[in-house]
Design a binder for this molecule. Structure first.
Ligand SMILES: N[C@@H](CCC(=O)N[C@@H](CS)C(=O)NCC(=O)O)C(=O)O
Length: 253
């Protein structure tokens, strides 16, 4: 159900971002099962924008999560939220980074969000939903868990078919995801951040999606590629985690 101004709570303050995301308690190994929510929270942290997490099972007016409530308005979609908050708080998603490099950032962002993402969703929701259920908990009574899981699995399968990726074999889908990881690794090289010495939006995006592979104990074929061929990607994600999520390991998130 879409959020409206009537959902604004009187105790909420101006210029604080109320970040509506699936409840933290749903994910057992990472702060959020939504890579888009992880990316957005990472960006808020990187830019020191004041925010509060609102555990929320609902969706935005665009029927997706995450969204924010900000100064009485609902703003949906992680990319539009970042654009909006960048203007409001005078932040640059690519600080000091030239337009050519920004174009590289945008291309990788779109690759990960529109392409790599499907290989992750296919593995955990379509091919291994039963196993993935050990690492997530829906906010419904115990006896409903299975049914909700099955519903989510078939809805992702249906959307993957409509997207086009769902027409490929499992092996082909994971090859697509794995080749994306190899491209990320090749471009990252030995750099500290993806575009050099300065952290930017693309680091938030890569972090949001790659933690879903690295820190969830499922045997994603893309994880094997990271572990066996792309140690620079593993080091990079661990560096970002240490820098921006210092309390990740003790769950003081
Ligand atoms: N473009 C959106 C994508 C968000 C998205 O796909 N969120 C997923 C959860 S990870 C969702 O809400 N899925 C439900 C749906 O699309 O119907 C953004 O950047 O926020």
């Amino acid at each position: 159900m879409a959020e409206t101004k009537s959902n604004w709570k009187p105790e909420w303050k101006r210029d604080i971002v109320y970040l509506h995301v699936f409840p933290r308690a749903m994910a057992k190994c990472i702060p959020n099962i939504s890579p888009f929510a992880m990316k957005l929270e990472m960006w808020l942290r990187m830019n020191e924008i004041p925010y509060q997490i609102v555990d929320h099972m609902g969706f935005s007016s665009k029927s997706q999560t995450p969204f924010i409530m900000f100064n009485e308005d609902e703003i949906p979609d992680s990319n539009f939220i970042i654009e909006y908050l960048s203007k409001h708080f005078k932040k640059d998603p690519y600080p000091g980074i030239n337009v050519e490099q920004q174009a590289v950032g945008r291309s990788f962002l779109k690759m990960v969000e529109e392409n790599t993402a499907w290989s992750i969703f296919w593995y955990r929701y379509v091919e291994h939903m039963q196993e993935y259920m050990e690492y997530i908990k829906f906010q419904v009574p115990e006896e409903m868990q299975e049914k909700v899981g099955a519903g989510l699995s078939s809805s992702v399968k249906d959307r993957a078919w409509k997207h086009g990726i769902g027409r490929h074999s499992n092996e082909e889908i994971y090859k697509i995801g794995s080749d994306d990881i190899r491209a990320i690794s090749a471009y990252l090289g030995k750099k500290k951040y993806f575009l050099g010495e300065t952290p930017s939006l693309i680091d938030c995006t890569l972090f949001g999606f790659l933690v879903q592979i690295i820190f969830v104990p499922l045997d994603f074929p893309m994880k094997v590629v990271i572990q066996e061929e792309c140690s620079n990607v593993l080091d990079y994600i661990n560096r970002l985690k240490t820098e921006f999520w210092p309390h990740w390991d003790d769950q003081q998130l």
